[in-house]
Ligand binder design. Structure first.
Ligand SMILES: [Fe+2]
Ligand SMILES: [Fe+2]
Length: 279
């Protein structure tokens, strides 16, 4: 089974790139499920019920959200009714929506997905302990279920800790939020006698696919999807500027994870960056 994961979708160029990537992922890359972070879909910040629906119609099977989850009030209807849209799980129970989902398709095993928010340098949203949150959820899943966790966080070490802590218990731990793809995609090693690998005495077999950040679906000619001229101006002069979404060179970035249906662990992970023609 092959699962494609797309980085944060930023504005209209991100939607265009993600939609263009879907047939390529299905045909060329044989993706069975496609999951995307859609937290920046609405003009660079947040999601609406309508945009959620449009991404679903474009062929995205599941959507996740991060610190920008609640920026647009119209997202509430989708968050509270859709079974394939989640916000960070480590928030108070009163927050709109849910933090984990079960995706299903005829003839394929189900895929379980949770997203959690990091706690270091995340000023927009304050989550509870993400490790504990994932731990509690794992106890509710069937044995050897295909389960993936997104860690939406600023700091690379916090994301890596999530990967190693759950190594051997999840098919994949993947990072989002920084909008820049990292070149560290790999399957984490089996815990052994090496002290540098946590869990030398633990019973888990290793085999979790990991990447620090998927990157984004958005304009490459930008700073994290926003107009570079505006960001540069503010940073060089101190004069506040409007960080509108940029438009040049739309790209869809992410990874494809290959999972063994029987063990629920990863057998491969491949990074991609697909540039599409501007609309
Ligand atoms: Fe984002
Ligand atoms: Fe974010």
């Amino acid at each position: 089974m092959r699962i494609a994961l797309l980085g944060d979708i930023v504005g209209a160029p991100g939607r265009q790139a993600a939609a263009a990537a879907v047939p390529w992922l299905k045909q060329e890359k044989r993706a069975d499920y496609i999951i995307a972070n859609s937290e920046n879909t609405a003009d660079g910040s947040g999601l609406t019920a309508d945009l959620y629906k449009r991404l679903k119609e474009a062929g995205i099977d599941g959507q996740t959200l991060g610190d920008h989850a609640f920026r647009r009030a119209p997202v509430r209807a989708a968050l509270e009714s859709a079974a394939d849209l989640i916000r960070p799980a480590n928030l108070p129970a009163e927050a709109w929506g849910r933090g984990h989902m079960k995706l299903e398709k005829a003839g394929l095993p189900p895929v379980f997905v949770m997203t959690v928010i990091g706690r270091i340098f995340m000023n927009n949203m304050h989550g509870d302990d993400p490790f504990e949150c994932v731990e509690r959820w794992l106890k509710t899943l069937p044995p050897r279920a295909i389960a993936l966790v997104e860690i939406h966080a600023e700091v690379t070490s916090e994301k890596a800790a999530m990967g190693w802590h759950f190594n051997g218990r999840l098919a994949c731990v993947f990072g989002t939020h920084t909008h820049v793809p990292t070149a560290d995609e790999r399957i984490l090693s089996k815990p052994g006698t090496d002290d540098s690998i946590p869990g030398a005495a633990n019973p888990f077999p290793g085999g979790t696919a990991f990447v620090t950040d998927l990157g984004m679906c958005g304009p490459l000619d930008s700073i994290l999807g926003r107009r570079a001229d505006r960001v540069v101006k503010q940073m060089t002069t101190g004069i506040p500027a409007a960080f509108d979404v940029a438009f040049g060179r739309p790209v869809a970035q992410g990874v494809i994870v290959e999972v063994d249906d029987k063990s629920g662990l990863a057998t491969g992970i491949e990074r991609f960056s697909l540039e599409v023609k501007p609309a």
